[in-house]
Design a binder for this molecule. Sequence first.
Ligand code: NDP
Length: 451
Amino acid sequence: MTFDYDLFVIGGGSGGVRAARVAAQGGAKVALAEDDRYGGTCVIRGCVPKKLMVFASEFPSAIEDAQSYGWTVHAGGFDWPAFQGKLHAELDRLEGVYRTILSSNGVETYDARAKLADAHTIELSTGERKTAKHILVASGGQPVKPDLPGAEHAITSNDIFHLETLPKSILIIGGGYIACEFAGILNGLGLQVTQFYRGAQILRGFDEEARGLVSEEMIQNGINLHLGTNIMEMEPVDGGYRVKGTNGSDNVFEKVMFATGRAPNTRDMGLEEAGVQLGRKGEIVVDEYSQTGVPSIYAIGDVTDRVNLTPVAIREGMAFVETVFNANPTPVDHDLIPTAIFTQPEMGTVGLSEEAAREQEPIEVYATSFKPMQQAFAGRNDRVLMKLIVSQATRKILGCHIVAPGAGEMIQLAGIAVKMGATKEDFDRTCAVHPTMSEELVTMKTPVRTA
Ligand code: NDP
């Protein structure tokens, strides 16, 4: 049987574009359909605009610190429309780069919504039908709001980059990556930020000591964080929205933002009709090669709800091409993925939390928390944390957790050593870089506890 394409990719985000490009470079005939903007969540409404907003939000405290260092400077107001204009121009540029990557490698693109008609056939919203030997679903995910009275009035992270004006006050619901990152960003930009998180501590699943410090620092920075608290209902009133909380609170906020998780984009895509199995959250169920139960259909990225991070989707896309087009079956390695949460201060982490490691085997914990030189000199009380979890049996570093400005940059490098299987003694025989915060990672001599 002949097909129109060797590969048809649904979704032009980081994972889909990478797989399409690499397959095409290897000689495959490839098409890709995207019904929104090329670049997907990461480029258009996630990592990239978020990080630019993190940078923007850090200037007020940098200017304050500059005064402590002897500079005569004063922060003026923040010009949101000016920043927003530059931000969207940058996103337009990046979208152009994504489109060029595809066209210059011979990938045919369809600006259309695609769904499956059968195991080898794609139906486009233009009415066209295309056949492919292999289909790769990389349709990503989207924010979800809980079902409660008035929730339709709330915004999500998708909307934040498009606000015409910045509100004076905002309530953020959730305690995950997105809620905590935007609490920091918007607080830095001068908004009064209140955050409700239903659990006992934000950033569930991460190392307890690390998330405890992030939460303390967020509160110290002025975020009004309420733990063990959720929203019950909201209604529009003059000047914003009146919100009733489970803690008995009843307040008006100019905006309310839900950061209560994301759901895979699998609805109305003909997946189940084509025989593809979906999980409880609607995610596509795949094996270690990203293959679904239908041999011609694969899926990568957030739509599979494995580890929902851009670099992971990219690696899943590369492993898919290696497996399917290079006859080299390559399982996706989801072990020891370093990650950073761009709170203020940032948290960088790789491997097991102390709590998870303890469940697994006897461990030693090395940790130090201190006021870093740069901020202490400026008169700030900020603290940072450097923490290593070590296996008593193998001496390997099972987890590394950093809470500090620049932790994202630091954990990328520490992640290499941890991935290579470095032991505590390997860290010890590495000479310190002085004076830095991360030198503490190689100078901690005595465990603070064993477990
Ligand atoms: P998360 O799943 O990380 O967090 C969702 C939060 O919302 C949790 O605190 C959860 O609470 C809470 N929640 C869920 N349902 C409700 C509800 N009905 N009422 C109140 N609270 C609720 O999702 P995010 O949206 O923050 O981020 C999605 C994913 O995107 C992340 O997991 C991450 O993989 C990725 N991401 C990565 C970033 C990075 O690399 N820096 C940045 C942003 C996103 P509970 O803990 O109790 O379940």
